[in-house]
Structure formats: structure tokens, C-alpha cells
Write a protein that binds this ligand. Structure first.
Ligand code: F6R
Length: 608
């Protein structure tokens, strides 16, 4: 998704802007650009495609100056061509704007501005902001921006510079993250902390409605009514090495192999094995409130939605509470039944997904208490939820989510275990689950130590045009997640299905050309899954089975087998998902895909 960067200080801005844009490449983008103020004039440079092309264009037509903004664009309005790349300039060229988000009334504003003689050069919604600021510029840049924002509807992270008020960047946030980095005689702006981490760890996260004025010698934050606000300065604790590849060929592989550690980190200081429960400091739910919960809604998107399906089974099975899982994009426009004792769990790696954030706000508006399971510290969902459980999985850079998923499942298990123990689960059963959780990191390591077996299977199937993934119970969401991983990075069509549903339609697809991945560890529904495998074999399908022990019932039925260690049924997904992540990764690499930045995908989907 789009990235914003800004610099104002004593050094040349362009090298800093390019470095910051590169650090945000992982978010996905299709064009890039910069605009820099120099001697009271604005220079800019934009290019479709990767940052290397922007850099080449800058070598041909250099842009100098020490106050500038930059952007990586992920196309929403208009194709990814140079004229649509940011920054966008006002009609008279004195204002340059970069923008994340969507201006919803752009068409109406465009007509209005055209009526005043403004000519549009791009297909973007952003260009209206540049013209509007020019139109309203009557004093300082921040006054013009504040006036322009009164006309604008929609979501934005904005960075604006003007040659009529040089030496400053004006930033504004509504629904799209932005932070100010504090330096010595220089200040920074970014939509993503990783872009400026090499230069400062002191940051101010802007709130919705904030406008920031950033200059070399200082910064000011104004609230929506233009009154100065004293912002909280946060310190970023992430290690720069943690967001670099650490010797792995791709971030995705690094993140898959980090899972013993990341799952451990999710549980650290929280799991109390001897009492069969967990301690979660950030819940902000009293014993009475936990006991009063009538029902739970879990909302999320994509991979996080898959972990929600597993959380549903844990809470229903262990706590005996009714749970509904909703796609955040659907929930936000429904008329959901939410009572005062509804707990709404919101799951998001980034904490910035637009639909998930909107769903959380809708649940709050209707009176539910919200609990965020979020990875990125300080993200919008983490700041706005009523209580939270951070995943502590560390920065996830690969666009395809891997380690966040296993940490989400573990965080859901910790929460469900705590709630279950309060609501009547025996200590013996609690200890059984807690011991199983405790064993997971070593068990994941055992799976990873045999990754070459998965690579061998990937070699066999790298040319398959279709895949079917089947599982039952807690392993049905694993099948969905396995299929999603494969399709998003290898572009192979893949579907996940509950194994027994196959005979209600997808069975028609099965022939000797169709690889079918069965997630079939030894659990309560194993015998049922064996029958489903027989149905596939009877139609000459090729079976790849993720199993958990030598099963005589599978002899002669499966073509390829990968064994995972055993654990309690509802924790199997943590182990079963790892070989599927590896399968997707190796197939994608063998097909020559750009694994960390798959086409059309963005790491953090901050538009609706
Ligand atoms: C898949 C993937 C996406 C995200 C989804 C939600 O690999 O990464 O499906 O899971 O966009 O993102 P978060 O969890 O950041 O809200």
C-alpha cells in the first residue's frame, strides 16, 4: 500500500527520501515520486514502476534541496502510470501533495475547481487537494491546508509542501497512519516507522484529525480545530536488524523460520502452565466483565480472518460461548446484533486495515467492548481498542502473512484459555492445553528442520495450474490459509474447502491433474477425513497429506506425506500451517515469483 516519506533539515533531501521509500517497498506499490523545495522553487520527479526507475530519472534530471516529500503509490484511481504518480502539483506549480487514502468527494471537488479554471493532469483523487490548497492559500501553508481539509471528505494521510511558504512540510491524518520523527536540527515524516528508524527512534504518532507542521528546528501538532496539541513522544524499540532479511533470500522465508521464536514471544510472561491459564495484562476487562460476556464477534480480513475461524472454535469449545466470525468488510455495513455484553475481538497484523478499523469502530458505536489482537505497536486499532493483546511477532515484512498468523492463533488460545478457566474449565484440562501451548515452539522447530521434504513436494507440483486444499474442524481454516498463501505468491489458482463439502461440487474438478492437499492430522475427525481422501483417490486425484503419525489407514491412499508433531486438536493449526507456508513459498520461488512483493498485493490495506 502507498507509503509517505518527508524530510526537512540541513542535508540533501533526495537520498533520504529514496532510502525511506526503499524501506517501505515491502508494502507494495506501482509508481513512486519526490518533490523538493530549493531556493523558493519546487522541483519534482516521478516514475511508473520500481524505485530504481525513479532513481534513474533523478540521475537524468536531478532535484535538489533539503525539504521534500516522497511517495510510493499503489493504484486506486487511474492506472499506475507516471501522470498518476505522486506528488501532484497545483495548477500554478507552487503546491505539491502526496496522499494515502481516498478522497471520497473528489469528483464534486473536481467539477468545482474546473469551474474556477483549474485543469487536471491526472486521474487521481489526490490532485484536487493540490489545486484546493493553491486556491485557499492566503497566508501560511497550514492555514490553507486546514481550510482545504474542511472541504474534503474521505480518508487521508497527506504531506504537502509549497514554494509560497518554504522550509516546512504540512502533514494531515484522517484514517491513514502518519508519524513525525524527531531529529537534531532535522525532522522526518513517514507513514511507516521502518522508513525512518535508521535516523531516529523518537516519534509522534499523529491522531485522526491532526495537522502537523514540520520544520528543521521543530514541529507543531494542531488538532482538527487548529488548536495546538501537546503530543506524546514515543520511542520505537524495534531493532533495525529485525526488519532486514538476516541472511535469508526472502523476508517470507525468514519470517516462516522465525516462528519458534515469535510464537514463544507471543506467550512470554503470559502462559501459566502450573495453573492451566494465562495472564493478559492489556485486556482491560474485570473479572465481572469477563463473566458477563454473552457472546463474541470476531472480525478481521484475509489471513487474520482465518485465525478468527480457529479462535471461534476455541472459544465455543473451551468457554461454551456463542461466537460469530465476520469479514470486517461485511460487518461494517451490516446491521449486526450487538448487546452491552458483546465482546468484539478485532484481529489485524498491521492494525491499520481500513475495513477492520471501520468494523471495530462500528462495534464500539453499537456498544460492544472491543479487544484488539494486533501486531504493530502503536497502530490505529491498537490505540482505539478498549483492550488489547499484542502479538509480539516483530515486524512482518513479507506481504504474505505467516508468523503473524501463528501468533494470532496462539494469542486467541491464550485468551480463550483464560476465559474458559474463569467460566468453569477444570484445572486439569487447562493444564493440558497450557502444556501443549508451551510445547509449540519446539514442535514448530521440528517441522522447520524437515523443510527440505516440503521443498521436494514443491518441485513435483511447481507446474500445477490448480490446487485444492481440504480439511475438517480446526483444519478447515488451515486449508483456507494454505490455499490463500499459494495463490497470492505463486498465482496458482487454489481453493480451500471443508473436506466433506467437496462432494457437493468441487469433486467435479478432480482428475489425475488435480493435486489435493489434505490437512489430516490425527484428531477427532481423522477417520472422516480418510473417507474424503478415498473419494479423491477413487477419482485419480493426487493426494498430498499433512498427517501426524504413521497411519495404516493412509497406506496406499496418499501420494506424498508430511508429518507434523501431535498436540491438542485446536492447536493443530499452528503446526499444520507451517508446511503449507513452506509449500507455497517453495512453489512460488521455483516459478520465479517475487515472493515478498507479489503482484497487485499490498502489505497493509488502508483503503476500503
Ligand atoms: C495474506 C495477507 C492478507 C492480510 C489482510 C489483513 O497473506 O497478508 O490477507 O491478512 O490484508 O491484514 P491485517 O492482518 O494487517 O489486518
Amino acid at each position: 500500500m502507498c507509503g509517505i516519506i518527508g524530510y526537512v533539515g540541513g542535508k540533501p533531501a533526495v537520498p533520504f527520501l529514496l532510502e525511506g521509500l526503499r524501506r517501505m517497498e515491502y508494502r507494495g506499490y506501482d509508481s513512486a515520486g519526490v518533490a523538493v523545495l530549493h531556493d523558493g522553487a519546487l522541483g519534482d520527479c516521478r516514475a511508473a514502476g520500481k524505485i530504481a526507475r525513479l532513481e534513474a530519472a533523478l540521475n537524468t534530471t536531478p532535484v535538489t534541496g533539503s525539504c521534500g516529500i516522497g511517495h510510493t503509490r499503489w493504484a486506486t484511481h487511474g492506472p499506475p502510470v507516471e501522470r498518476n504518480a505522486h506528488p501532484h502539483r497545483s495548477q500554478d506549480g507552487t503546491v505539491a501533495v502526496v496522499h494515502n487514502g481516498i478522497i471520497e468527494n473528489a469528483n464534486a471537488l473536481r467539477v468545482l475547481l474546473q469551474g474556477k479554471g483549474y485543469q487536471f493532469r491526472s486521474d487521481t483523487d489526490t490532485e484536487v487537494v493540490a489545486h484546493l490548497v493553491q486556491e485557499l492559500m492566503n497566508g501560511s501553508l497550514e492555514e490553507a491546508v486546514l481550510a482545504a481539509l474542511r472541504e474534503v471528505e474521505g480518508t487521508y494521510g497527506l504531506a504537502i509542501v509549497s514554494s509560497r511558504d518554504p522550509g516546512k512540510i504540512v502533514a494531515a491524518r484522517k484514517g491513514s497512519p502518519l508519524l513525525v520523527g524527531i531529529g537534531d536540527g532535522e525532522h522526518f515524516l513517514a507513514s511507516d516507522a521502518s522508513a525512518i528508524l535508521a535516523h531516529t527512534r523518537q516519534v509522534v504518532y499523529l491522531h485522526d484529525g491532526d495537522v502537523a507542521v514540520i520544520e528543521a528546528g521543530g514541529y507543531r501538532v494542531l488538532d482538527a480545530s487548529a488548536a495546538p496539541r501537546t503530543p506524546k513522544v514515543d520511542r520505537i524499540e524495534w531493532d533495525q536488524a529485525a526488519i532486514e532479511r538476516g541472511g535469508y533470500p526472502h523476508f517470507m522465508l525468514k519470517e516462516i523460520f522465525e516462528q519458534p521464536q515469535t510464537v514463544e514471544n507471543t506467550m512470554r510472561g503470559r502462559l501459566i502452565v502450573e495453573d492451566g491459564t494465562s495472564k493478559l495484562g492489556g485486556l482491560n476487562l474485570s473479572h465481572e466483565q469477563l463473566m458477563a460476556i454473552d457472546n463474541v464477534i470476531i472480525t478481521a480480513c484475509g489471513t487474520s480472518w482465518h485465525s478468527a475461524l480457529i479462535g471461534e472454535m476455541m472459544i465455543e469449545e473451551w468457554c461454551r460461548l456463542p461466537v460469530e466470525v465476520e469479514y470486517a468488510s461485511e460487518f461494517r455495513y451490516k446491521n449486526p446484533i450487538v448487546g452491552p455484553n458483546t465482546l468484539c475481538i478485532v484481529i489485524s497484523q498491521s492494525g491499520e486495515t481500513a475495513d477492520t478499523l471501520a468494523a471495530m469502530r462500528e462495534a464500539k458505536r453499537r456498544g460492544a467492548r472491543t479487544l484488539g489482537l494486533v501486531n504493530v505497536v502503536g497502530s490505529t486499532i491498537a490505540r482505539e481498542d478498549d483492550g488489547g493483546v499484542y502479538l509480539h511477532a516483530g515486524p512482518e515484512i513479507g506481504v504474505a502473512s505467516t508468523k503473524a498468523f501463528t501468533s494470532q492463533v496462539v494469542a486467541l488460545a491464550l485468551f480463550a484459555l483464560k476465559l474458559a478457566r474463569k467460566r468453569g474449565m477444570s484445572v486439569t484440562r487447562g493444564m493440558e492445553i497450557a502444556r501443549a501451548l508451551h510445547a509449540l515452539p519446539a514442535q514448530i522447530q521440528d517441522v522447520l528442520d524437515r523443510s527440505e521434504q516440503v521443498e521436494h513436494i514443491a518441485e513435483e507440483f511447481k507446474r500445477a495450474p490448480n490446487f485444492l486444499y481440504l480439511g475438517r474442524g480446526a483444519n478447515f481454516p488451515v486449508a483456507l490459509e494454505g490455499a490463500l498463501k499459494l495463490k497470492e505468491i505463486s498465482y496458482i489458482h487454489a481453493e480451500g474447502y471443508p473436506a466433506a463439502e467437496m462432494k457437493h461440487g468441487p469433486i467435479a474438478l478432480i482428475d489425475e491433474m488435480m493435486p489435493v492437499v489434505f490437512v489430516a492430522p490425527h484428531d477427532a475427525v481423522f477417520d472422516k477425513v480418510v473417507s474424503n481422501i478415498q473419494e479423491v483417490k477413487a477419482r485419480k486425484g493426487t493426494v498430498i497429506a499433512i498427517t501426524s503419525r504413521g497411519e495404516p489407514a493412509l497406506d496406499g491412499l496418499v501420494d506424498y506425506e508430511f508429518r507434523i508433531p501431535e498436540t491438542v486438536d485446536l492447536l493443530m493449526p499452528v503446526l499444520a500451517s507451517v508446511p503449507l507456508q513452506l509449500l507455497a513459498y517453495y512453489i512460488a520461488v521455483k516459478r520465479g515469483s517475487n515472493v515478498d512483493q507479489p503482484r497487485n498485493l499490498a502489505k497493509s490495506v488502508t483503503v476500503e
